[in-house]
Ligand binder design. Structure first.
Ligand code: TRP
Length: 452
């Protein structure tokens, strides 16, 4: 099997691990994980989340990487090529299409939130949070999201940043950036946890995150835990697939996937440990919604020694984390436009960025001017977030698992995983063939029964 990607290859296995970790670690870990945990009551949600990462997320990640590496093209073309090769229906290429759709939709609101992060770099730098009360910190956030022009400006800046990198090819520069910035973000999170340990109500925070109270867990909670696992690991829409298509044939898919999964989970847990002790210390509610970290972290930065410096640094690093994630959302689409339409990367990235930018305007207006228009009690922003993270990604993930487990021959997947025919290979195959589809179907049905 000597297929080669026309878009090039990672310089090493580590480059792939770094890039994929850059994709996985982002706003999903630091912005979304704490806020959905807070909305779903803590411990029991976290436990379900961890189970989803281990039993569904990791096997699907391995499936996505192996499919990508075997096909070595954009998700649509990879799915078509492999389906053909295995003698299966060519309709599998629509899986690639669903991924493109999900990619645009996720990027559109992701960029709006990344815009908040950019705005906060300057707010922290201006020192406005020094000894600020929880109430005045919250007002700063509420004022930001009430102002569509500001939101549009930051959303635009972030999307331009992302398209510029993608237009140059994701490999140049990404490796270097991730190698330095990810460890820095990690260290800074540890500093924040240290602060929360000393100044916050740390035991309360620990209990909240790790003491499961199953009476708090609803069908929606289980669905959201699963959706969050897919979102955080960048699974289900072809981002990890396209990154896998640039991976050398010699690298171990299992080792790399486990490394990525562990790092991603660690960052999410650290974010939770940094935030909840402060929430409780200030008598605030964990159900702060999407604004949670923007209303909580500045309180801490306003009080810790060197807080202005640490605060700016933290939000700069968060911008980078979001940046390396956003480019992975664009890459599958851009690769496809280059392959099938002969566009150059610059044009392809510009077009893709424009679509996401337009869609994002809907999200940012739904925070203010359009906040009264809701569908099933969700604003446009909430609806796009729900449909992508909680529905499309798990659905995409199931199909990826089913393709690898049921459509590809045992021999093909065994060749790619390189585990031989031992326990590990068979455990993976069992998980993608049975546990993933059954698990995801049950969760989706359970949630639907919730609606009626
Ligand atoms: N995983 C990223 C985060 O946690 C977001 C992301 C990047 C993503 N690429 C993705 C989510 C692909 C779903 C699918 O912030």
């Amino acid at each position: 099997m000597a297929r080669k990607s026309i878009h090039g290859q990672w310089s090493s296995r580590w480059a792939f691990v770094l890039a994929a970790t850059g994709s996985a670690v982002g706003l999903g870990n630091i912005w979304r994980f704490p806020y959905v945990t807070g909305e779903n009551g803590g411990g029991a949600f976290v436990l379900v989340y961890l189970l989803c990462v281990a039993l569904i997320g990791l096997p699907v990640m391995m499936a996505e990487v192996l499919i990508g590496r075997r096909g070595r093209q954009s998700p649509m073309n990879t799915m078509r090529t492999l389906a053909e090769e295995e003698g299966k229906s060519l309709h599998w290429r629509f899986l690639g299409w669903m991924g493109v759709l999900a990619g645009f939709a996720i990027l559109s609101f992701y960029s709006v939130v990344a815009g908040w992060t950019l705005a906060y770099v300057f707010r922290l730098g201006a020192g406005i949070f020094e000894s600020a009360s929880a109430v005045s910190v919250a007002i700063v956030f509420d004022q930001l999201v009430a102002d569509p022009e500001r939101l549009l400006a930051w959303h635009t800046v972030f999307l331009v940043m992302s398209t510029v990198v993608v237009s140059r090819g994701v490999k140049s520069g990404l490796e270097k950036a991730v190698r330095i910035l990810m460890p820095a973000l990690f260290l800074l999170l540890v500093v924040m946890v240290g602060y929360a340990m000393g100044q916050g109500m740390f035991t309360e925070g620990l209990k909240y995150l790790f003491e499961p109270d199953f009476s708090e867990l609803t069908a929606s909670g289980v669905l959201e835990a699963m959706g969050q696992a897919f979102f955080s690991l960048s699974l289900g829409m072809g981002a990890i697939m396209i990154y896998g298509s640039y991976l050398s044939s010699h690298a171990s898919i299992v080792h790399t996937s486990v490394t990525i999964g562990v790092m991603d989970t660690l960052v999410a847990i650290l974010a939770g440990l940094a935030i909840f002790p402060i929430v409780f210390a200030f008598g605030l509610e964990p159900q702060g919604g999407p604004g949670l970290i923007f209303k909580i972290l500045p309180i801490a930065f306003g009080r810790m020694p060197g807080g202005e410096f640490f605060g700016v640094l933290f939000f700069v690093l968060l911008v980078f984390a979001a940046w390396t994630s956003a480019i992975s959302l664009l890459e599958p689409i851009v690769a496809w436009m280059v392959e099938n339409h002969g566009l150059n990367r610059v044009k392809a990235s510009a077009y893709a960025g424009m679509v996401a930018w337009l869609l994002g305007i809907g999200s940012l207006l739904s925070l203010n001017a359009w906040s009264d228009y809701t569908v099933f009690g969700r604003t446009f922003f909430g609806l796009v977030e729900f449909l992508t993270a909680d529905i499309m990604l798990p659905l995409g993930g199931v199909l990826i698992g089913v393709f690898a487990g049921w459509q590809m021959s045992r021999q093909s997947t065994m060749d790619e995983l390189g585990l031989g025919d031992g326990f590990l290979y068979n455990a993976w195959r069992f998980l993608v063939r049975y546990v993933t589809p059954v698990g995801i179907t049950l969760v989706l049905l359970n949630k639907m029964s919730d609606l009626f």
